[in-house]
Design a protein around this ligand. Structure first.
Ligand SMILES: [Mg+2]
Length: 388
């Protein structure tokens, strides 16, 4: 079997997406002009647009992966496709290494996102060629259902609404939920008090037996994180996520040493070599590599092996769900105990798919469709454009 084409395409259609009520703190919040920016509005009724990569072969089976970013699609077409045409799609390690070595700037960032998307599409292709779900090719399943945590990105932080939604997630069967801090160092003591109040509100709403996590989206610094942890430790968060960017390894290690609250990071780190540094420096408790970004399914499997040698769980970041779910389902529960499920974003991300992959009772039953299980529902596509 040989690869005959690597295409990227964009689909547009109408569909309902959940409104975003609040944004999380971020790195730009250290500037007043950006700290004052409002929540990015999105229309509840669309239009929705999504981009995908499709790898075609001379023997029929194809690989599909997405949604991917516009930048990712451009890099796949301009940079990666020439290295893939005519190659054997089953030779995954060879192809990954070629794509990694073809450009000295391919080690991290958008080019690694492009490599990740191609790698995931190739796994989808192999699954379809062999008639098996990807988790079977990876040595799974290790269980029939994968427990998810509810990721509450985009919800209002009004205390009454937080209480209502936190209890809703518990009633849905989620044993863990993650909320996103709105405030950081530039918001002073009043912002810190509101952050603390969020943690207290969530803990009081869900009771003692539900895990609660909190995400800083790289918007803090080490001093602020340590002061915050002194104040929220009593509410027993399962983890504090991304207090600083993941390349500030010394800061992460200092935060970790200063508190008994576990530190999570990794959605913005790349490859086995990036995570090895975090592990060697004892800078992380929970690894959150994202197969859509960290180097694909192939690389996430290697990161799982690395993390397990250090006794650290991997809870992959949930930008999308299909690739992460297939890796989790093929790793022991001690290595990959949980999947992230973005409550407000997943309906929009999966809008164009034939089936909606979502948890029921707090866990996803593993699909049995060959490959990753992503197929476009043409009935939802009003316009399809091949990207050149
Ligand atoms: Mg995060």
């Amino acid at each position: 079997m040989r690869i005959t084409a690597v295409r990227c395409f964009e689909v547009t259609g109408r569909g309902r997406q959940e409104p975003v009520e609040e944004r999380q703190v971020g790195m730009l919040d250290s500037y007043p002009e950006f700290a004052a920016r409002p929540v990015a509005a999105r229309s509840a009724e669309g239009p929705l647009t999504a981009r995908y990569v499709r790898v075609e072969t001379d023997e029929g089976p194809h690989g599909l992966f997405g949604p991917i970013f516009e930048e990712t699609a451009l890099l796949i077409r301009r940079k990666l496709a020439p290295y893939l045409l005519g190659r054997d799609p089953l030779a995954g390690e060879f192809l990954w290494d070629l794509l990694y070595r073809q450009d000295r700037h391919a080690r991290k960032g958008y080019e690694m996102l492009a490599i990740s998307a191609v790698d995931c599409a190739l796994w989808d292709l192999r699954g379809k060629a062999l008639g098996l779900p990807v988790y079977r090719l990876l040595g799974g399943p290790t269980r029939e259902r994968v427990a998810c945590y509810a990721s509450m990105l985009g919800y209002s932080l009004d205390p009454g609404l937080v209480r209502e939604r936190a209890r809703w997630a518990v009633a849905q069967g989620f044993g863990a939920q993650k909320w996103f801090f709105r405030h950081g160092p530039s918001d002073g003591p009043a912002g810190m008090a509101r952050n603390v109040a969020l943690v207290r509100t969530v803990r009081e709403a869900v009771g003692p037996d539900i895990e609660i996590m909190f995400d800083c989206w790289m918007g803090w610094d080490a001093t602020y994180a340590i002061r915050m942890l002194e104040r929220i430790a009593e509410y027993r968060p399962r983890w504090l996520e991304e207090p600083v960017p993941p390349d500030r390894i010394g800061d992460l290690a200092a935060i970790r040493r200063a508190s008994r609250v576990p530190v999570a990071t990794g959605e913005h780190e790349y490859t086995r070599w990036g995570f090895l540094q975090l592990l060697q420096a004892e800078a992380v408790d929970v690894i959150q590599a994202d197969p859509d970004w960290c180097g694909g399914i192939s690389e996430l499997v290697k990161i799982c092996a690395l993390a397990s040698a250090y006794g650290r769980p991997v809870v992959p970041h949930g930008h999308s769900i299909h690739a992460a779910l297939n890796v989790i389902a093929a790793q022991p529960p001690s290595v990959c105990p949980l999947a992230e499920f973005l409550i407000l974003n997943q309906p929009g991300k999966q809008h164009f798919h034939q089936t909606y992959l979502a948890p029921e009772g707090g866990a996803i039953a593993l699909p049995t469709t060959p490959g990753l299980g992503v197929a476009i529902d043409d009935a939802k596509v009003e316009r399809r454009v091949e990207l050149d």
